[in-house]
Structure formats: C-alpha cells, structure tokens
Design a protein around this ligand. Structure first.
Ligand code: SAM
Length: 270
C-alpha cells in the first residue's frame, strides 16, 4: 500500500464500531495524531488500543500548528488528522493545514469513512441525485430565510444544533408552509430518530419532544413542474377515477413532495 505523509482519517459519528480497519491501522502506524479535542479522541484510541500520541489541532490554533506539523513532516514523520466526529474538513478543522501541505508538495490522502450528512442521506428516498449541502446555517434569521428561498428547487441538507433546530423549522414553516422535511437525530446512536414528514408535523413533534442531541435536516425541493393548476388537474383526474380525497393527498404528496393537507383541502374544495 502506498505511504503518504499526512492522512485525513474519519472517525465514528456515534457508534464506535463505525470505523474502518484501515483507519485503525493508520492511526496505529503514524507518529502523531492531530485531533480537535484530545480527551474526546483519547476515548476512541483507548477503545481500539491505539497508543499513538495526540496533539491538539482546532480552529483556534490551526495556524500555529501548521508550522509545527510541517517541521515534523520534514523530519520524515507521518501524521494523521482526525476531528471529534466524522470526516475532518467537513464542517470541521483541517482546511488550513491541507492547503499548506499541498502547496509544499507533501503527499496527503483521505480515508473513506463516517459522515453525518451521508449517513443521513443514504436512508432518505429522494426523486433525483442532486442536493445542496449548506453545512451549518448562518445565525441571522434573514440569512436563513434567504437560503431557504435560494435553495427552494434543490433538496437542501444542513447541520443544526438542538438549541436552534425548532426555531429553524419554524422559519422554514413560515417561508415554505408546504415544505416536506427529513430530519435525522443522534444517527448511529442509542436514541437515533429519523423522521420524514411535512414541516407542520415535524414542528409539532419537536414542540412536544424537546430537541436533544445532534441533528441533520433536509428540506425537500419544491417540484418546479407542479403549479397550482397542474395540481388541480391531477386531483381531478384521480377524482374521476374514484379515488378519495385522502388517497389523492397521499398519492400526490408521495409523488411530488407536496404537503398532504394542501392537496386534501383542494380535493374537498376548501
Ligand atoms: N465532520 C462531521 C461529519 O463528517 O459529519 C461534522 C462535524 S460538525 C462540527 C457536527 C455536526 O454534525 C453536528 O452539530 C450535527 O449537526 C452533525 N452530526 C454529527 N454527528 C451526528 C449524528 N450522530 N447525528 C446527527 N447529526 C450529527
């Protein structure tokens, strides 16, 4: 197997078993592991009996660590980078060091492994392959609203904190009341929960059950091809074939990702 100077090594996003054999092998074989929080990484290293020394590498010391890491690599040492969970550089530190190392001609390689967005998306049925990944949404309400409007026609995935998720869902509800949402909480962990429903239902759920843990959220895209009159025509066709308003709302919502209640109301003429 080819040797590299610097390895980007994904670690589990919850379940400690979600790490590859190669990740364990590399973490054992390198001279040093650069990690976000050494206490956190140490738990993983203890679990797999990995004795390699750790040094902190986080967003507050990224720049100063770069020159120390480069010195070590110049001495022929091999180094691995991990973050607290999942894949480094994906909403996690690492971009600064990787840029510098590539500039200086060091060899850098990433291992395949855990990532919260991919773990989430791989269990959500979507109409096509396209999606946009936002990372964390901005904090400012107006900026969140702009993103929701801007990405209306693409499935849009973002990371969210438990403190903000309900508020964000309410902003979505306000801007896109028909939106369908998929939400993944505590993926791969004991209290894992994945919900796919209208934004109204998801808001109701988290009003009743206080949001706890880590979240990935997706807003399904609005289907450009179904406008109001198209929708009315489709409802009429199904009504003529004898389908009930309830069945029609289920069928069209499943096919086009439109809010069930909206279809139901049109079907019954409200
Ligand atoms: N580098 C990580 C990755 O590859 O997914 C992401 C790091 S980012 C700082 C942490 C965010 O990822 C959390 O706030 C949450 O939104 C999401 N996340 C991480 N683990 C998760 C899990 N087990 N379930 C749901 N979301 C998770």
């Amino acid at each position: 197997m080819k040797e590299y100077d610097f390895y980007i090594v994904p670690t589990p996003i919850g379940n400690l078993g979600d790490i590859t054999l190669r990740a364990i092998e590399i973490l054992k074989s390198v001279d040093l592991i650069a990690c976000e929080d050494s206490r956190n990484t140490q738990k993983l290293l203890n679990h797999y009996n990995i004795q390699t020394k750790c040094v902190s590498y986080h967003k507050y010391n990224e720049k100063e660590r770069v020159s120390q890491i480069i010195n070590l690599l110049e001495q022929g040492k091999k180094i691995a980078l991990v973050s607290d969970a999942g894949t480094p550089l994906i909403c996690d530190p690492g971009a600064v060091i990787v840029k510098e190392l590539r500039k200086k001609g060091f060899s850098v390689s990433a291992l395949a492994g855990a990532n919260a967005a991919v773990t989430f998306l791989s269990q959500i049925s979507r109409v096509d392959e396209k999606f946009s990944f936002i990372g964390f949404l901005p904090k400012n309400q107006k900026q969140i609203e702009d993103i929701i409007k801007q990405y209306e026609f693409t499935d849009t995935v973002f990371y969210e904190s438990p403190n903000r998720v309900l508020n964000t869902l309410k902003i979505i509800q306000n801007i896109r009341p028909d939106a369908q949402i998929a939400i993944g909480r505590e993926l791969t962990k004991l209290f894992e929960e994945v919900l796919v429903d209208s934004v109204d239902k998801i808001v109701q759920h988290f009003e009743k059950n206080e949001p706890k843990g880590e979240f990935v959220v997706m807003i399904f895209r609005t289907d450009k091809n179904v406008n109001e009159s198209d929708l009315e025509n489709k409802i009429k066709v199904l009504q003529d074939k004898g389908f009930s308003a309830k069945d029609i709302s289920v069928i069209l919502s499943e096919l086009y990702g439109i809010n069930k209640n909206k279809i139901y109301k049109i079907s019954v003429g409200k």
